[in-house]
Design a protein. Structure first.
Length: 347
């Protein structure tokens, strides 16, 4: 199944049914009077978050969704039924934006979340509704209220515990394939991944979800290459694994480029916990590996790990570092909640 993380769709709620103009006509009933029923309410446009979906590919082949019109009123005081709703099923992590692609309407982060995006129009009153002591035979009824319509953007942001970032050909797909059952495209020639990939990593008795984000290049925030449109998928991650190709000459420049693009996209993204990893050490001699690790450590002011996604050397150390970082973030969040609910007592 092809991964699609953005789609533009048209939605319209149903029109309300029209009220009826009717009079009772029965034998032996001298003054039957008006008995036109009310129209039914139009169908709603509902969005629900479901399990089992991980892409918006369904909205590539259908972009228009219209709810049904409410049933019209009928004689003998029969009211129309409600129009059929239209339901948009979206995966966890989907955001809904207005047509400007900036105004956020809803953010679905849990299975079962539901919202009514557009409400159907009200049904019109039948002539029985207008009967009064001074107007006992009204001959008019209301038409149904029209539904509402709009264009919306659906944008999917993967929910993963950790995200892989780095320049193209840094070995992200190889690393993901080595630690999970995911099967991203891997080849013995340079190319860049075009779609994000997800994999479940199991290490010891723990597991976490790892996202492989297509590589960034310098100027991605200005649209260079495939741009930074996929960086939204790591906004929800707890930690970033910054892979750097150890076979390139200037590893410090590679580190600076990615850090600059993260900061240009979102300052909060640049402040996420980061694990810097020198990859492809199987192609380096030990002296060169130590030299490049030291250079990165001075630049990033943090511990730098070294690994090889091909041979598996140092991979477990990276995964255990991810677990430690996730546990630390979870403990910090729990402490923040505790302080809000029960602040420390002061005399």
């Amino acid at each position: 199944m092809k991964f699609l993380d953005q789609a533009k769709v048209y939605v319209r709620s149903g029109d309300g049914g029209a009220g009826a103009v009717s009079f009772l006509r029965e034998k032996f009933v001298e003054f039957g009077g008006p008995n036109g029923g009310n129209g039914g309410r139009g169908g709603d446009v509902i969005v629900t978050c479901v399990d089992g979906l991980n892409t918006l590919i369904d909205y590539r082949y259908q972009q228009h969704f219209k709810a049904s019109t409410g049933q019209h009123g009928m004689g003998k005081d029969r009211h129309g039924g409600k129009g059929k709703d239209v339901v948009l099923r979206v995966p966890v992590g989907t955001q809904i934006f207005e047509d400007d692609n900036e105004t956020l309407i809803a953010d679905f982060t849990e299975v079962g979340q539901t919202m009514t995006l557009l409400s159907g129009g009200n049904g019109g009153f039948g002539n029985a509704h207008f009967k009064t002591s001074s107007n006992q035979a009204p001959r008019h009824a209301n038409p149904g209220q029209e539904g509402t319509e709009k264009w919306i953007w659906l944008r999917l942001k993967l929910i993963a515990d950790a995200g892989l970032v780095g320049l193209p050909n840094a070995g992200k797909s190889t690393f993901l394939a080595a630690v999970s059952a995911a099967k991203p495209k891997i080849a013995d020639y340079p190319f860049t991944t075009l779609h994000p990939n997800l994999g479940v990593v199991r290490i010891g008795e723990r597991d976490f979800v790892l996202a492989d984000i297509p590589g960034l290049i310098e100027g991605a925030h200005e649209g260079a290459g495939i741009g930074d449109r996929f960086l939204g998928h790591v906004e929800r991650t707890g930690v970033l694994i910054h892979l750097i190709d150890g076979t390139q000459d200037d590893v410090k420049a590679a580190y600076r480029i990615i850090r600059a693009e993260l900061a240009a996209y979102d300052e909060q993204l640049a402040e996420k916990p980061e694990i810097v990893v020198l990859n492809k050490i199987d192609a380096l001699d030990p002296a060169t590996t130590r030299q490049k690790v030291t250079a990165l450590k001075r630049l990033s002011k943090t511990d730098v790990l070294a690994c090889s996604g091909v041979t598996g050397q140092g991979v477990e150390q990276v995964l255990y570092r991810v677990i430690s970082s996730l546990d630390a973030a979870k403990a910090e969040a729990a402490e923040a909640v505790r302080r809000q609910t029960s602040p420390d007592w002061t005399p």
